[in-house]
Design a protein around this ligand. Structure first.
Ligand code: FUB
Ligand code: ZN
Length: 667
């Protein structure tokens, strides 16, 4: 059910995505040689192949984003770029469906060699996802045909293989499931299932990994030599020079931890079969993609055999291994999970892509279970850990997202590993997909964003069906006021009742929810959230969210209003996190706030003491746009200004922190 976000907060960001970000990213992909790699692979150009072995995936994610953008933003230039690139992919693809420029250019004839490290299946996965999205967005099959050829190759080569024939970076599983959804081709579903269920079963995984690692290094040395030879033969060549990267706090034992994590298989989620994975480990993006695929497989097949495991896994993540922003991945070297309660805000890697992966997983779980906790975390990650990844003008990005920064982390136009920008763009361009979901007799409203849901046919509880369309006006994230209008309500059998419950999420951060129907108050009983009461390490508990069900004989024009209060909330990490004691973070509605040194010349953000009683929301129309700041004072009476975390770093270099020392209560 795809809503079109027409006005308001998200519309503005999607406009930036469609008009600035997507073109900026293409230019960076061209400038960095990523697109040229395909021309070389197609035999149409000479030159250096640039970028990591997984560089192709960045172009595919861009293509997916661009296709989705084109669905609602006609743009001749973008269309030309998309069509031209698809044609190039058609020429670069080998006749048997294989497409991976690293091997095609440097190691022709070699394939599927170092599956745990070299990302071949990951890249093919993103190609397939782009093909599916391009088809869904434009109705064209040009890219879908390329995607199918690639998928058929994979099915033929991997169908009857053993546990090492799995990707080291999950992604192909999601792609095959999506391809199955649009083609109905059973082989793709079976292949995805085989990839999922083969995982974590390889004996001596560590040895196989060392073997592959040695091969990867040999191949990298060969590539380096080729590069040097090319540069000596072409003294006029100007290889692409990346903008500087960002700093991150790297604990002394990072390398050791990487080896321990990788050799045990945890880094790749290869340490145990999926039915025994109840603790989040390893690389956070891989983790999120794997479990998104597991959940999607359950949703598509209706077979919920992994649901209980996934619920435990999710709770463990939320309770012990997630940052207040919803960021995932505490250990920079691993780009992944650390130990329980290991949540150093400064070392936080919390990669933008990891937050997106978390959202994808939450969306699947939300649909399977109808439990509001998953949509709540989706929203929280969207507003905080994910949105922070794109600058206000769409042309600068963050990769790692610490919650405390003493300097050295700045928004950059591009990265050596530019996986996040296009991942964000494709997700933003598809946001309208995540608002509603239907089951027979139920319509879930998962997210509150201003937009229109075009006519859909939905099954009612008694077998009747109804054609409905909706209009939503949401004042989030600044105000707790949502209006939902039933613009069309047309039961297919008008002589029968059309019972349909509408379920509205009461967010974990909302207070005092009130409802009206056509202006008349509705007195609804709000279910109590069900959980064990253990405090999450981060201070944010999505398990507090619930759905409230409204059941009426609906009529066209019915207008539901939902209001709730958005008080400023002080968030404290669980007392067991010693390094967070005495510190507090501030949130309002779905937004986490932070303090930037730019707003506090002469003050030491890391030692001042926040007077929590002084905080109040204040409208501002500065260079960050029209936003609600939170202003207050420290214990010495100095004025403090907090901005939404997702906006930090937009005004130039700055120190920043989400966690502030707290002054003792007044009086
Ligand atoms: O390895 C491909 C992508 O690049 C991963 O998902 C990110 O963490 C980054 O390493
Ligand atoms: Zn990324």
């Amino acid at each position: 059910m795809h809503a079109i976000l027409t006005r308001g907060f998200w519309h503005e960001r999607l406009e930036v995505n469609a008009h600035q970000a997507i073109h900026h990213q293409w230019e960076q992909l061209e400038a960095s040689g990523c697109i040229h790699n395909f021309r070389i692979a197609a035999g149409e150009a000479q030159g250096l192949r640039e970028g990591w072995f997984f560089a192709d995936s960045d172009a595919y994610k861009w293509l997916e984003a661009a296709a989705r953008i084109l669905q609602h933003h006609p743009d001749r230039l973008l269309e030309e770029r998309v069509d031209g690139f698809i044609a190039l992919l058609g020429r670069a693809q080998m006749p048997d469906g294989y497409l991976f420029t690293y091997n095609q250019i440097f190691f022709p004839g070699t394939r599927w060699k170092n599956l745990q490290i070299e990302h071949e299946l990951y890249c093919h996965g993103h190609l397939i996802e782009a093909g599916v999205s391009h088809f869904l967005a434009t109705g064209k099959t040009t890219l879908l045909e390329i995607a199918r050829r690639a998928a058929d190759r994979i099915v033929a080569d991997f169908r009857d293989k053993g546990p090492l024939y799995t990707p080291g970076h999950e992604e192909i599983e999601i792609a095959l499931l999506r391809l199955y959804e649009v083609t109905g081709e059973r082989a793709y579903l079976d292949m995805a299932q085989a990839f999922l269920e083969r995982r974590g079963r390889a004996p001596f995984f560590g040895l196989a990994l060392l073997w592959q690692n040695a091969s990867v290094n040999r191949r990298a040395r060969f590539v380096q030599k080729q590069r040097q030879a090319y540069l000596s033969a072409h003294p006029d060549a100007h290889p692409y020079v990346l903008p500087p990267g960002n700093a991150y706090k790297k604990p002394w034992n990072t390398t050791l931890r990487w080896y321990a994590n990788a050799l045990s298989g945890k880094y790749f989620q290869q340490h145990a079969p999926i039915e025994r994975q109840t603790v989040p480990v390893g690389h956070a993006v891989r983790f999120g993609y794997l479990h998104t695929a597991v959940a999607r497989w359950m949703r598509l097949t209706g077979d919920e055999r992994y649901l209980e495991t996934q619920e435990r896994l999710w709770e463990h993540m939320v309770l012990r291994r997630m940052y207040l922003t919803g960021g995932l991945g505490a250990v920079p070297g691993i780009e992944g999970f650390g130990r329980d309660d290991e949540l150093d805000p400064e070392a936080a890697y919390a990669e933008t892509c990891a937050a997106l992966a978390g959202m994808f997983w939450n969306w699947e779980l939300a649909q399977i279970t109808g439990n509001a906790r998953y949509s709540d975390l989706f929203e929280w990650q969207l507003y905080n850990a994910a949105s922070v990844g794109m600058g206000l003008d769409g042309t600068t990005y963050l990769y790692n997202n610490p919650l405390t920064c003493r300097g050295g982390v700045e928004r950059r136009p591009w990265y050596a590993v530019p996986c996040c920008p296009s991942n964000l763009s494709r997700t933003f361009a598809w946001l309208g997909e995540y608002l509603y979901a239907a089951r027979p007799g139920r319509l879930y409203v998962h997210q509150y964003m201003t937009g229109d849901l075009p006519t859909q046919e939905v099954a009612c509880a008694n077998g009747n069906r109804v054609r409905l369309s909706l209009q939503m006006d949401s004042q989030l994230p600044w105000h707790g006021h949502v209006v939902l209008r039933l613009r069309r309500w047309q039961p297919l059998d008008p002589d029968q009742p059309a019972p349909l419950e509408i379920l509205l999420r009461i967010p974990s951060w909302a207070e005092n929810p009130r409802f009206t129907l056509n202006g008349q108050p509705l007195f609804l009983s709000i279910p109590q959230p069900v959980h064990d009461g253990i405090a999450p390490a981060s201070g944010y508990d999505p398990r507090e969210a619930v759905f409230v069900a409204l059941s009426q004989p609906w009529a066209e024009g019915d207008t539901l209003e939902l209001r709730f209060d958005l008080p400023i909330r002080l968030r404290r990490a669980a007392p067991r996190l010693k390094d967070h004691r005495g510190r507090v973070a501030v949130s309002r509605g779905p937004l986490v706030y932070c303090a930037e040194s730019l707003d506090h010349p002469g003050l030491d953000l890391f030692h001042l003491r926040l007077d929590a009683d002084s905080l109040e929301p204040v409208w501002d129309d500065g260079i960050l746009g029209r936003i609600l700041l939170i202003q207050g004072r420290d214990a010495s009476g100095n004025r403090l200004t907090l901005i939404p975390y997702f906006l930090w770093g937009n005004r130039g270099p700055s120190a920043m922190t989400v966690w502030l020392k707290e002054a003792p209560p007044r009086g």
